[in-house]
Structure formats: structure tokens, C-alpha cells
Design a protein around this ligand. Structure first.
Ligand code: AHM
Ligand code: MG
Length: 327
């Protein structure tokens, strides 16, 4: 059942926003709404841990115990624990795919949704106080409730996502998500501990002047990509690369730009993972009017064959991604 979008003002609390837009979901029963709330809550816990990251060495190094007797964890492991806990307790998710675990987790419940998540992406940036992110994709379960989870539940194409989003732990913490009805961004207000709508109906500029790529690898790029990089320089584009996918993606979403992680001579599929890194961003960018491709095909149309499969990734402003495909 499609209904027209309800416009809510900047400053609307996330909870209210989710509730007001619940009718947009085709199978609305409130479970997807609850799932989004669970993710938001877990992200607040992770955000709190990230903000203390610099104190870890003072409060006890990895491998030691904290005052509560819990083992201190690396933040990416900790984020995985926090999100897994929130998602499994909620009961809306029946299976979980995570960058942190080799195979998927069957939660053995009646949940209607499958989630793929990178709990903390760009974690090599934690130690140097640079922005990092969480990325998630949500799908409908395909098997009947009561039946065991099967491959058709897990290996779904990106175009079957019902919702996707990311959390950017940056100079402020933001949650950006789509349920296929545009993209909205929420900023976390720390003193209230709540997300508020700050970026309604996000649209990526059709064109941009920023290109984001690890150019240190350029000797191992294909001739086409090398030519495209030369083209960027000839156009006097600006190079911006943090090495933290969400931070690079978010900047380009707001300002117009392209993020590239091509195949290299070492990795013919590049570095990034289709199921919990690229699909979510491709869905968001399309909803914002941009484009996400592997150079040959729309990211969302790729049939995954394994959980952790990699893909070359070009994502951002429509005209820029179009251009790189021509190269
Ligand atoms: P991770 O999942 O191990 O954190 O790696 C993903 C990260 C992305 O955030 C980032 O865009 C990319 O790897 C950077 O890779 P590189 O260091 O090769 O430029
Ligand atoms: Mg990652």
C-alpha cells in the first residue's frame, strides 16, 4: 500500500519520524519500524564507546578486564556484539550477516527480516580519531516462518532491500537511512541522547568536483581507471580520501562527488564487500538521485553468490559515475 510521503519538519525526533512514515511500508505491521529503532539504540551505545576510544589505554588495554569484569574488546568486535545483541533481542530479525562473522547467524525465531551489517567500518581509523561508520541492509525473509533459514533468505540482490542506512561517527554522529522513499539524515543530540531530523529528503548533486580513491594503488589500476584519474586532474577536481567509506561517501552525498574502489592487479574484485558495504550505499545513492555500479552493472542488480564477496565499487553523483563507466 503506497501512500504519499508525510513531510515532517527539521528537528523532528527519529522515533516520531519512523512512526509517522510507517504507512509507507508495503507490509506494515510495525516490525520494520521497531527494527530501525533497535539499530538507532545500538548505535547510541556504540557511539558512547567510540567517544571513549582514546581513553582505552588509560582505562586498560585490549585483553585486560574492565571494572565490571568484562573483557575489554576491540571496538569493531564490541560494535558487533552491541548490534547483534540489539538485533537478536528485538525478535524482528531472523538472520544476521556481519563482516565480523564467517557465516550467517540463524536466530531461530519468527522474525520477518534479514539484516546484513558492517558494525564498524574503517576501524583502522579509530586509533587516529578519524570518522568511522556502521552500514546496514535490511531484507524480507523469503522462507516461511517456522522453516529453517535458507540461501534464498541470505543471498538476496541489493534491489530487494527494504531499508538500508549508515551511522557516521564523525564530528557529530548521524544516522542516514532509506526505506525506498527518499533518504533522510538525523543528527544525534548528545545531551538528549536522541536523533533529530537534520537532513530531510537528501539529494546528491548530479555533478560534482570531488573524487575519492586510494590513489597510492594507482599503478595496479586498469588503463581505463588511470585515464579517468587523469581526466579528474585535467578538470581540476579536488581529491578527498579519508579511507573510511562512510565518511567519504557522506561528504560526496552532500557536496557532489564520486567514491571509487576499483579492481587492482592483486584483487580483481577490489576490496569492498557487496553485501554489507556496497549494497546499502548503492540503495541510498539511488534514492538520492545518484548511481552505484561495479563498472559494468548496477550494484543492486548483482546476484550475490557468497556472504563476503567483494566487488569493484563506483558510487556518487550520477554524471560522474556515468563518466567513469565510459572510461
Ligand atoms: P574495513 O571493512 O576493513 O574497515 O575496510 C573497509 C575500508 C573502507 O572504509 C575504506 O573506504 C577502505 O577500506 C579503505 O581501503 P584502503 O585502505 O585500501 O584505501
Ligand atoms: Mg568494512
Amino acid at each position: 500500500m503506497e501512500t504519499s510521503r508525510i513531510a515532517l519538519p527539521i528537528g523532528t525526533a527519529l522515533d516520531r519520524f519512523i512512526k509517522n512514515n510507517q504507512d509507507q511500508f508495503q507490509y506494515t505491521t510495525g516490525e520494520l519500524s521497531q527494527l530501525l529503532r533497535d539499530i538507532a539504540l545500538a548505535s547510541k551505545v556504540v557511539n558512547r564507546e567510540i567517544n571513549k576510544a582514546g581513553l582505552i589505554d588509560i582505562m586498560g588495554a585490549i585483553g585486560s578486564q574492565n571494572s565490571g569484569g568484562e573483557q575489554q574488546q576491540k571496538l569493531d568486535v564490541l560494535a558487533n556484539i552491541r548490534f547483534t545483541r540489539a538485533l537478536s533481542k528485538g525478535g524482528e530479525v531472523c538472520a544476521l550477516i556481519s563482516e565480523e562473522t564467517e557465516s550467517y547467524v540463524d536466530l531461530n525465531n519468527e522474525g520477518k527480516y534479514v539484516i546484513a551489517i558492517d558494525p564498524l567500518d574503517g576501524s583502522s581509523n579509530i586509533d587516529v580519531n578519524v570518522s568511522i561508520g556502521t552500514i546496514f541492509s535490511i531484507y524480507r525473509r523469503k522462507s516461511k516462518i517456522g522453516q529453517p533459514i535458507s540461501e534464498q533468505d541470505i543471498l538476496q540482490k541489493g534491489e530487494e532491500q527494504v531499508a538500508a542506512g549508515y551511522i557516521l561517527y564523525g564530528s557529530s554522529t548521524m544516522l542516514v537511512y532509506t526505506t525506498g522513499h527518499g533518504v533522510n539524515g538525523f543528527t544525534h543530540e548528545p545531551s538528549l541522547g536522541e536523533y533529530f531530523l537534520s537532513h530531510p529528503d537528501m539529494i546528491i548533486p548530479q555533478d560534482g568536483k570531488i573524487y575519492s580513491i586510494n590513489e597510492g594503488l594507482s599503478n595496479s589500476f586498469s588503463p581505463g581507471i588511470k585515464k579517468y584519474l587523469q581526466y579528474c586532474k585535467d578538470q581540476n577536481y579536488t581529491a578527498r580520501y579519508i579511507g573510511s567509506l562512510i565518511a567519504d561517501f557522506h561528504r560526496n552525498l552532500l557536496k557532489g562527488g564520486i567514491y571509487l574502489y576499483p579492481a587492482t592487479s592483486k584483487d580483481s574484485n577490489g576490496k569492498l564487500r557487496l553485501m554489507y558495504e556496497c549494497n546499502a550505499l548503492a540503495f541510498i545513492v539511488e534514492q538520492a538521485g545518484g548511481k552505484g555500479t561495479n563498472g559494468k552493472e548496477r550494484i543492486l542488480a548483482i546476484q550475490p553468490t557468497s556472504l563476503h564477496q567483494r566487488t569493484p565499487f563506483y558510487v556518487g553523483s550520477w554524471n560522474m559515475v556515468d563518466k567513469v563507466e565510459n572510461f
